[in-house]
Each structure stands twice: as C-alpha cells, then as structure tokens.
Design a binder for this molecule. Sequence first.
Ligand code: GDP
Ligand code: MN
Length: 388
Amino acid sequence: MKIHEYQAKELFQKFGVPVPQGKVAFSVEEAEKIGAELGRFPVVVKAQIHAGGRGKGGGVKLAKNADEVKKWASSILGMTLVTHQTGPEGRVVKKLLVEEGLPIEKELYLSVLPDRGTAKIVFMASEAGGMDIEEVAAKTPEKIIKVYIDPLVGIKGYHASELAFGLNLAGDLVKQFSAMVSKLYKLCVDYDCSLLEINPLILTKDGSVIALDAKINFDDNALYRHKDILEYRDLDEEDPFEVEASKYELNYIKMPGGNIGNMVNGAGLAMATMDLIQQAGATPANFLDVGGGASAEQVENGFRIILADPSVKGVLINIFGGILRCDRLANGVVEAAKKVGINVPVVIRMEGTNVEEGRRILDESGLNLITAKDVSDAAQKIAAIAKG
Ligand code: GDP
Ligand code: MN
C-alpha cells in the first residue's frame, strides 16, 4: 500500500525524523491559511499524489509571498499532473502539502528496504540526490552506496558511520544523520515497510539534516497488524475497479492498453493465460485471479468487474477446476451474465472437477458462450474475436 508524502511525514515525526513544518490542505483557502500560519516565506506548495516526479511535472512550487501561495495552490489543486510515474493519463491533484521552504545546501538520496536477494535490510544512499536520481542509478551506479543489515543483528553504529562517510558528511552532520538512520530503520521494521525513500534528504545552509520529501510503501500482507496505517488508505489514488475487486478479495489488476478481459483461477495459470493471449496476437486488459476456493458469488463479482471495463472487447475464462469446482464456476458465470448482461463475446475453457456438470449448466443457460477445447484454442478464439 502506498501513502501520501504528508502522511509519511507524520510517521517520520512520530519516530523523531526531522521534516519541514507544514500541513495538508484540501482547498485553496486552507492552503492560504497554512501559508499565513507558517509566518515566513518562501513557502512550498506540493501536489499530493501517489507518484513521484512531481517537481519535474510542475507539481512542486516555491511561493515567495502570500499571493504566490494562492496562485500556486489554485493552479496545482485540480490539475492533472503527469509525471514519469503516473503514465500519460496523469493524476488529478486533490490535496496539497503546504510547508516552510528551506534553504538547501545539498540534496542527498536515502532509502531503506528489504532486499530479497540477501534477506537483509538495505540502506541505499547517494550524494547525487534530487530529481535526477533515476539517471544517476542508470548511468553512474557507483555513486549509490549500499549498506546491508542483518535483521537478526539489527542496526549498529558502524552501519550509520559507513553511510555517513560514504556521503562525505563530517562533524555534527554525521551525528544528526546517524540518529536519523536508526530511526528510519526502526520505522521500516516496526511498520513492515516495503520501501522507505527520502529524495532529497537535504543539508540546509544552517547545518541541519532534514527529510524534504518522504515516500513509504507498506507490505500489504502485513497490514492486518497496522490498523493505524489502514486509515491512511486513499481510495482516490487507486484504480476504481481494483478497489471494487478488493472488497470481494479478488486479485484484480488493471492492464492499461489491453482489450481482453481475463478470469482465471490461480496466479500461475493467470500469467500463462496472459502470455497465450499475447502470443495469439491480442492484449490482456486485466489480470483476475479468482483464487483456488472462489465462491459463485466471487466469480459473479469478478465477471461483473471485468465487464464494467469499457476497454474490454471480449472475455476469456480459463478455469482449472480443483478446489473451485467447474459447476460452481458455471453457476457464477450464469448468475453474473443474467444480472449484468453480457455485451461482449465470452470464450470459456474449463477442465477438472465436475466439468461435465459445469458444461451442462453453461449449455442449458441459453447464453451465448463460446466453448474452447483447450487453452491455446481459447486464446486463438478470443484473439480472432478481438481482431474482429
Ligand atoms: P518529487 O519531484 O515528487 O520527488 O518532489 P520533491 O518533494 O522531491 O520536490 C522536488 C524538488 O523541489 C526538490 O528536489 C527540491 O529541489 C525542490 N524543493 C522542495 N522543497 C523545497 C524547499 O523547501 N526549498 C527549496 N529551495 N526547494 C525545495
Ligand atoms: Mn522527491
């Protein structure tokens, strides 16, 4: 799960990681009020969306006076912000973070995340922080240093020193930075973060180390033990079909640019099905794994969600009936079709437990369903339909 910068900064404060003073605003008036409360300029007006690259996209502006706060808040709030992380469709900005503008001496990069390869927690840091970090990583990866921490041992002073010296920090900055590193480590572990990133981490002209930006992603599988984080969830930032699917515990992921809806049981089979569709010359519009033990109701909801997507020009149902018996699937499909109304061709490939019963239900339903004899036949048929 992703959260906004202003929420990540709230957590930083809880853990004692220094951030600029500021508040979230939902309207231009609120932004102006916060700007006035800060009491000095410059003030920074920042778009809050679940994507980075806002600065380059025009979503972060420095206001020199109250008029400029109003001007930037009015232009950023409601804008469709396009960044390299939003895709070409962009994101509508519905919230702003208004904070004190700080005098920047240097922009560093710092992140913490679990590293699967080594099964450790890794800190990544670079002196070349700021808006071009992706380019640094691609062209001069040696400018990014990595320090690995065994979670059973925990973070030690030497880990922080290695990072601090790698960043060429000296004197009191080392002290401030090292304290911050331990706090970030604790936050990352305590909250089961999958990524915690500060870019830029700044050194100010008056000698402080401050997290100017803040990004945190959480491991969804651990959210059950972090009820406070669940409150940070912002449904505005999620695909509406994915939000709907999550209500029924369906694993649905929208695939931009595709036109074939997919309903499959099991993630492996879903991946293989998407490959076959692609091979047959069509493109999947979604990934939907109804799971091994799906109920007729889940199948019905999955089907309804797929059909609600206007880019779907045909649906391929590929089920291997193990725990999810074929008759149950067939009932779910028939129920959904009756309620929702099928507006596109549907190809079904079904094998496994109670397959005869499942086929009988589909045949007797009177619905216009195309049955396939095997998976590649199904992919060919749906691709032919998509091509018209
Ligand atoms: P991102 O582009 O989405 O990563 O947004 P950031 O929060 O990283 O902001 C982008 C850039 O805006 C930073 O790299 C800074 O150069 C600049 N910026 C943000 N806040 C301040 C500030 O308080 N003072 C100054 N001078 N620049 C700022
Ligand atoms: Mn940033």
